[in-house]
Design a protein. Structure first.
Length: 411
């Protein structure tokens, strides 16, 4: 059974290789149609042969020849994307026209032109394409002509009334099957398109949600061109570097090094998330995050300080476990920031301003295994954390800045 199915699918896709997906679909529908019409022709050839082979010798030969001509259509797809359509349409108009002429309107054969016109709508979407319009109009014309003028059968092929009636019923049944196939295919196409659209949409939403806070990603989803930039007066920024990580690359394999960094940063992510911080980015062995944006946070400095202390413990744990000489080197500063989204291609949420610059400077200026905070951050935390004064230090571009080491929380 599977073998037969595979053969059938292969046959239906014949001549469609190499075309764009929408053209392939159209050509596959044509292959389905010609297979259906050829099978029907052979069925009728056998039907007439059983009924009276001598009288219907010519129509029987005609039907077999036409079935063979229809089956040639896939070979023409290779010549050009409309060759198969034109060839198939020409064969069908001649074939169907002659059959109506031979067996008359009462046989119901002309209803196949109605089905063909509906097929043209499905195949071409009735675009302004000449083949599409010609296919639809010519078939509708033949149908109305046969229906209005009630064409009589050729004398030699006039069938007894009950036979003619059987043929009519059979044709209507076949037409129903034909329409069922067409509609099922149309439904299948729209379902496939809908599913892939939903998948794409979910994927890009997930990407956007991973790249920026939900508040921002929702704003971008509703208006992708919106400029997102906002000043937040009470924020705290942390730059956390894994000092000594550059030597890990010398002692461990690239895979081991990247795996270790990923595990550490995953822990950082978890800690930051648990304290409501917004992760901004990682750059090499530096993890940057903050609090107080995009939504205000009353305890922004406290939460960042807690995160810094937990990060220090995490790095210590990994250093022991993996036997590497790494430690946390951190800079924290509180003040106003501007947060927003840069770019429309690969957009990302970022923060800027002097507060960010100073936090970065505090990190680069820190010694390994030290969390340096500015005086403004310390003032927000005095009663809950312990500090050690480092003193006034000159930082590049900032002049003399009072710096403190964050030691621990006061329990
Ligand atoms: N949004 C941000 N993301 C990452 N780093 C940042 C961000 N904003 C500022 N920085 C970093 O803060 C540091 C200080 O910035 P500042 O503007 O004071 O000086 P700069 O002249 O840009 O610094 P540098 O001379 O180190 O390039 C810089 O190293 C910069 O990379």
């Amino acid at each position: 059974m599977d073998w037969l199915k595979l053969r059938l699918f292969r046959w239906l896709e014949l001549g469609t290789e190499g075309y764009a997906i929408h053209t392939r679909r159209r050509l596959i529908v044509i292959n389905v149609l010609i297979t259906f019409v050829s099978a029907l022709s052979i069925f009728y050839a056998i039907f007439f042969a059983i009924y009276d082979i001598n009288t219907f010798k010519l129509p029987i030969i005609f039907m077999i020849v036409m079935a063979a001509l229809f089956l040639r259509t896939p070979m023409l797809h290779n010549q050009g994307r409309y060759y198969g359509d034109l060839y198939n349409l020409t064969v069908w108009l001649i074939y169907g026209g002659i059959l109506v002429h031979l067996f008359g309107s009462n046989s119901g054969i002309h209803y196949f032109f109605l089905g063909g016109a509906a097929g043209a709508i499905l195949i071409f979407n009735l675009s302004r394409n000449g083949v599409s319009v010609f296919s639809f109009l010519s078939q509708m014309l033949i149908f109305f002509y046969a229906e209005v003028y009630r064409i009589a059968p050729r004398d030699a092929y006039a069938l007894p009334q009950n036979f003619e009636y059987t043929m009519f019923i059979l044709n209507i049944l076949f037409l129903l099957v034909f329409h069922y196939c067409l509609i099922s295919y149309a439904v299948y196409l729209s379902k496939t398109a809908e599913t892939s659209l939903t998948k794409e949409c979910e994927y890009s939403n997930r990407l956007l949600e991973n790249m920026m806070p939900p508040l921002i990603s929702n704003a971008l989803k509703s208006d992708p061109c919106k400029t997102i930039a906002k000043r937040h007066n009470d924020a705290t920024i942390i730059f956390a570097k894994i000092a000594g990580f550059e030597h890990v690359y010398d002692t461990k394999t690239p895979k081991e090094s990247v795996e270790l960094l990923t595990r550490i940063f995953s822990e950082f992510d978890r800690i930051a998330q648990a304290h409501g911080l917004e992760k901004i980015k990682t750059d090499g062995a530096i993890f940057m995050a903050g609090a107080g944006f995009p939504l205000p946070m009353k305890e922004h400095a406290k939460n960042v300080a807690l995160v810094a202390l937990e990060m220090r413990d995490v790095v210590e744990k990994f250093a022991t476990e993996s036997d590497v000489d790494i430690s946390l080197q951190c800079g924290v500063h509180s003040g106003p920031v501007v947060a927003g989204v840069i770019g429309t291609h690969k957009p990302f949420y970022d923060v800027w301003g002097d507060t960010v610059n100073l936090a970065a400077r505090l990190e680069t200026n820190a010694k390994p295994n030290h969390i340096q905070v500015s005086d403004s951050t310390r003032q927000l935390l005095t009663d809950r954390f312990s500090f050690q004064k480092r003193g006034r230090v000159t930082l590049k571009g900032k002049g003399k800045v009072e710096i403190w080491y964050l030691i621990d929380r006061i329990t």
